[in-house]
Design a binder for this molecule. Structure first.
Ligand code: MTE
Length: 314
């Protein structure tokens, strides 16, 4: 991946404290769960909206500023520079939006996004995001557990993997219209079924209490916080349940550098750089922190990889 860095540091005074954005968060769903939750007193409401351990609504670390989260992006359909997505993704039409569900699903179909989300309670999750390039952020997402979304479409017992596909629309995604695209399109990703249904795995529809900005993958993107950021595919138009491991874009592009699993692992270096530490966006160009195994989410996910050689399955 290309690493360019022209960004400025954001003073900590500009980082929005969690309490402020929590108060103005717009919880987006037509879900019965949320409507019921809205009738509850405030404290109970928080619990109803976040039926996950409360430590998933904070990392205990400063949030990356909204400005950084929405202006320092990887979304190669809009260009390979970090500021390209914010500059060019505004042109993307995100409504109406249809997600095709196919493969080994009891309820396949072309779902309008609203229909797919109906009845699902949107939760807030504050997750670390570690890019394989060596930088990281802390982002307050709003989304639904992928497990809940998948339950609606009824995966068949033979479904062992979930494959995802990003929109192809060269008229609005300029890098899809070039003769030397940085990646083959569509951008594709995949998870094993146990990874897809892990309670941490989120289908995000918002961040910082607002609808997801286009540059961050509107209107629907995956967030898999214990894996390198490239697994978190944006602007999803297709979800396919399969029996075999699906191809993934970066693995196809450079198989020796980017594996299917892509679990954050400080002891397995990228062939061209160390993964032992990372630069937290907003904390200065030189300050580095240690990268954590599974990005700090081992308690939730390590058991899925018991007995696996994680250097082999990078
Ligand atoms: N999804 C699509 N469709 N295209 C992309 O180029 N980049 C990936 C991932 N999802 C990418 C994508 C990479 S490399 C990262 S690090 C994250 O999106 C970045 O997400 P962010 O821009 O919201 O921080």
């Amino acid at each position: 991946m290309l690493i360019r860095d022209s960004r400025l540091d954001i003073p900590s005074s500009e980082i929005t404290p969690k309490g402020i954005y929590l108060n103005r968060r717009a919880l987006m769903t037509a879900g019965a769960g949320l409507i019921a939750a809205a009738a509850l007193p405030r404290s109970a409401r928080a619990a109803a909206l976040n039926p996950v351990p409360s430590d998933l609504t904070t990392t205990g670390e400063a949030l990356t500023s909204k400005e950084d989260v929405t202006s320092y992006n990887n979304f190669y359909e809009f260009g390979t520079g970090k500021s390209d997505p914010a500059r060019h993704a505004g042109s993307l039409t995100t409504a109406p939006w249809t997600v095709k569900v196919d493969g080994l699903a009891g309820k396949p179909g072309d779902y309008a996004l609203d229909e797919l989300m109906r009845g699902l309670a949107v939760e807030e999750r504050v997750y670390r995001m570690r890019c394989v390039e060596g930088w990281s952020m802390v982002i307050p997402w709003a989304g639904v557990p992928l497990a809940a979304l998948l339950a609606k479409v009824e995966p068949q017992p033979s479904a062992k993997y979930v494959a995802f596909e990003t929109l192809v629309r060269p008229s609005e995604m300029p890098e899809q219209d070039t003769s030397w695209p940085p990646l083959p399109w569509p951008y594709v990703e995949g998870l094993r079924m146990d990874e897809a249904t892990n309670p941490l795995t989120l289908m995000a529809v918002g961040l910082y209490g607002e609808t997801l900005p286009n540059q961050n993958g509107a209107p629907l993107r995956l967030v898999v916080p214990w894996k390198y950021g490239f697994k978190s595919i944006k602007s999803i138009v297709r979800i396919t349940l399969t029996e075999t491991q699906p191809p993934t874009s970066w693995n196809q592009q450079a198989p020796s550098e980017y594996g299917f699993y892509a679990n954050v692992n400080p002891s397995v270096d990228h062939p061209r750089w160390s993964q032992a530490s990372e630069r937290r966006i907003g904390e200065g160009l030189t300050s580095r922190r240690d990268t954590l195994m599974f990005n700090g989410y081992g308690d939730f996910v390590a058991s899925m990889y018991a007995g696996m050689d994680l250097a082999q399955n990078y």
